[in-house]
Design a protein around this ligand. Sequence first.
Ligand code: SAM
Length: 232
Amino acid sequence: MPLHIDLLTLFPRMLDGVLTESILGKGIAANLLSVKIHDLRGWCTDKHKTADDRPFGGGAGMVMKPDPVFAAMEQLQTPACRRIYLTPDGVPLTPAIAQDLAMQQHVIFLSGHYEGIDQRIREKVIDQEISIGDYVLTNGTLAAAVVIDALSRFIPGVLGEEKSLTHESHTGTLLDFPQYTRPAEFRGMSVPEVLLSGDHRKIEAWRHTQQLEKTRQVRPDLFEKHRHASRH
Ligand SMILES: C[S@@+](CC[C@H](N)C(=O)[O-])C[C@H]1O[C@@H](n2cnc3c(N)ncnc32)[C@H](O)[C@@H]1O
C-alpha cells in the first residue's frame, strides 16, 4: 500500500502547485504516494469558524484551540498512523527522519499558525515534532511541504534514477561535488579538465576532494563528523 499523507492546515490553498509539479507531482500521479490537504476550519464548530484564542497567562498573539485539532485527528487517524506537528522547537529534519517517514503507511501533518498550538494537542494527539530549520515561518504549511518533498525521494520509484540519491549532500556526511554540463567552454569559463578525461578513477578522486573542501569551508561541523567517522 502506498504511503498516504493527510495535511491539516488553515491555509489549504498554500500548496496549490506543489503537489502537481516536478518529481513529487509525478510520484503522486503514479500513485507512489497520495497526499490530501484538509482545511482545519472544517472542524471548527462555531459560526465564525474560530480556530484560535488568546493565550492563558497573557502575552501577544493567538494560540490554536485544541477542539478542532482533536476532532480532525480523531476522524483522520488510523491505528498505524504517525501524527506529526511541524514546529521550530521540534527535532531538526534529517535524511534519516525523511527516510523513516517514507516507510510509514499513513502520516498526518499538523501545521500550526499564530503563536503555535495548545500544549494539550502536542501531549495527546502528536507522536513526533519536526523542525525544518532554526528560523521561524509564519505557519507550518510550507514546512510540511518541505518534509513531504524530502520524504518522497525515499519512496522507491519516485526518483527516476535510484542512483541519484547516493552522492547527494547529507546522504553521507559530506556535501555534494560541483556539477557541469555542456558547453565545455562558456563565456571564457571552462569545465575542469579531469571531467572531460573519461578517466573514472581520476573523476571520482577529484569529486571526493571537492566534497571534502566544500564541506570543510561551509560546514566545519559535518567535516569534523566525517573525519571522526573515517578514523573508526
Ligand atoms: C510563528 S510560528 C510559532 C512559533 C512558536 N511561537 C515558537 O516560537 O516556537 C507558527 C507556526 O509555523 C510553523 N513553523 C514555524 N517555523 C517552523 C520551522 N522552522 N519548522 C517547522 N515549522 C515551523 C509551526 O507550525 C508553528 O506553529
